[in-house]
Structure formats: C-alpha cells, structure tokens
Design a protein around this ligand. Sequence first.
Ligand SMILES: Cc1ncc(COP(=O)(O)O)c(C=O)c1O
Length: 372
Amino acid sequence: MPELIKLSKSCIGKEEKFAVARVLDAGYLGMGQEVMFFEKELEAFFSNNVHVACVNTGTSALHLALQACDIGAGDEVVIPSITYIASFQATSATGAKPIACDIDPKTGCLSLKALRNKITKNTKAIMYVHYASGVGERDSIFAFAKEFNLRVIEDAAHSFGGRYKGKRIGEDADIACFSFDGIKNITCGEGGGVVSSDQKLIDKIRDLRLLGVQKDTEKRYSGQRSWDFDVEEQGWRYHMSNINAAIGREQLKKFDDFSDKRRSLAKLYVEQLKGLPIKTLDLNFDEIVPHIFPILITDQKREFLKEFLYQHDVETGIHYKPNHLLTKYKGIDCPNAEIFGECLLSLPLHVELKAEDVVRVTSLIKKYLEKA
Ligand SMILES: Cc1ncc(COP(=O)(O)O)c(C=O)c1O
C-alpha cells in the first residue's frame, strides 16, 4: 500500500523540540523575551524597514490591524470573496461590514475592475489577500487606494518570506498580516504577526494584544508586568506566548531551506502538468514562496478527480468556497469567484513532500484525465 500523500503538514525537527524544552525549563511560558527576540529577528528578516508585533493567530493579526486603523461599526472593508473565512470574520469582529468582491481568475486575487464598483462613502479599507502567495494586481490596487484615501491591510497569511520586485512581502506595506499556524511557510504551532513601518500603529497593536493595558509589552519583555496601569480602548488577549515564539525562531532559521523546497516542488508541478486540460495560476516561483498549489479543473470534473486521488491515497483540498455564498456574508454575486470556487483543487504541498510524490500525484491526474 502506498503511503498517504498529505495535503499539508507541519515540519518540525529536534531544534524546535529543544527550543520548547528550553522555555519550559526556564519556567516563563507566557509573553516574554522569546517573543521580543522573535520580533527583532523578524524585523531583521524584513531588512529592518518595518516594526513587527506578534500575536496568537493570523486572524487576530487581521482583527487588531483593522482596529488599530480605527475601523469599526458603520465602516466597510472590501475583501476578495476567495479567501479563508478568517479575513471576513476578523473584519466583522470589529463591527465593520466585509464587502465581498470578485477576483481575477488568472490569479485568484482581488480584481481592480470589480473593486471600483464596491466603493461607497463608507469604504475605509481594502483587505488585499495574497491568494496562493501571489501578488495579483497589487500595484494598481495600491494606486487606487491612494486615490480614494483607503487603508490597505494585506492578508499575507499565505506569503511569508516571498518577494515582490525584490522586496519581501510586508517590507513596503501599509500593514501586512501573516499567519504562523501549523502548516504555513513557517510555523509557531499557532501564531501571527502584524508588520508595518508605522511605529505608532505597531505600538497600539502591542497594547491591544494585551487587553488594552498600556505599555505592558515593555514590562513583560523585561520579566515584569504592570500592576498600576491604564486602559483606554477595548483590547483582547491575543499576545504570543514564549513557547510559540521559540518554535517560530527555529523555523525562521530554516526558512531558506523551506522556501527552496516549496519553490522547486511548485515548479515541478507546473512542468508535470504542462499540456493537460488543467489551469495553474499565474505565479512567479522565483519570487513568491508558495503555501498552497491550487489547480483549476473545469466541466464539473473537480469532485470526481478529488475522489479519484483520495482513492489512490492522495489528499487534496479546496481553497476556498467563496465567502459571499456563506449565510453570514451573503451578498451581491461575484461570478468569477463562483466559477473559480467550483473548479479549484489544491494539490499536496509541504516541505516533507518529495519530488517522487509530485510525480505520483501528476501521473494519477494524467491517468484520470485519460479515463474521463
Ligand atoms: C488567507 C488567510 N487569511 C487568514 C488566515 C488566518 O490565519 P490563522 O489560521 O493563523 O488565524 C489564514 C489561515 O489559514 C489564511 O489562509
């Protein structure tokens, strides 16, 4: 029996286990110096052009980024319908209304043309999702946001470590949010980060992640905590723990190896799938670091192919069902997103996947297409 090829997987070694043991032995498990070091190391990773605040998930990074931009009840945030539900839920958690917008089917990212029709007097921000680690029409969307005086919060959960025009994603952002959950480009177990060159905004997020307690971060980084403090705003218990930061620090050291591996597997998929009646996305694998590998298969074949692969021990996924089709976020049609959502199938991609696995998956796809 061939071994199951998993869709995604955490890649953890003895270094992460030792790092966690070190934190457990030190006996300070909550937010302290490990988080401070991880933030500093991340800032260096982004060439020290930005400040970083680490939190407990990518979802809370988005929530706090929006809140720190004073986005709340009565405001609208435009979001591509093809994204993880986290982008929508983080927005509605602020009291603002997420407005689902159509996508560019070549990239799965927000369509500028569709965005133009979604702007109202209440629009405050665009949540720009780096679908499958891609950048889509980022430049045009940023120019549009500037023209209409809108904030851009980049949901870069998929694209940690990738580059665009030579700069790391996040380096020249208004605000970029990353996820370090178990299967992302690097993991903390669970975790997230907000990246911005705006020091005031990051300081505000540092207070908001600790229930709004002012300047508690500095205290915790020196092994103390605040007893006499003030709170001016609703905050949340969203900070990162030393345990999670210790895992993230070890993963960051392995990032170059991880990214080489992800890129070469994605390139191999593209090569192996050439000439088949299957679409892949328009992505530059020399710059981006792919988190997922979606393909598009038409004529209602997706479900059959998914089942065929599963019967042959290959796990696949669907990233994502369009959010405007969910009861909570029902809205105006996004026709491209609907077709895209019906054709999507994510093939296995993770650091422990082997080239032979990619060949096995693509051979099975070829076999299926010959039969179908
Ligand atoms: C596009 C997108 N946004 C946000 C998130 C939320 O990140 P987290 O799972 O760390 O909360 C994810 C996680 O998968 C994601 O894929």
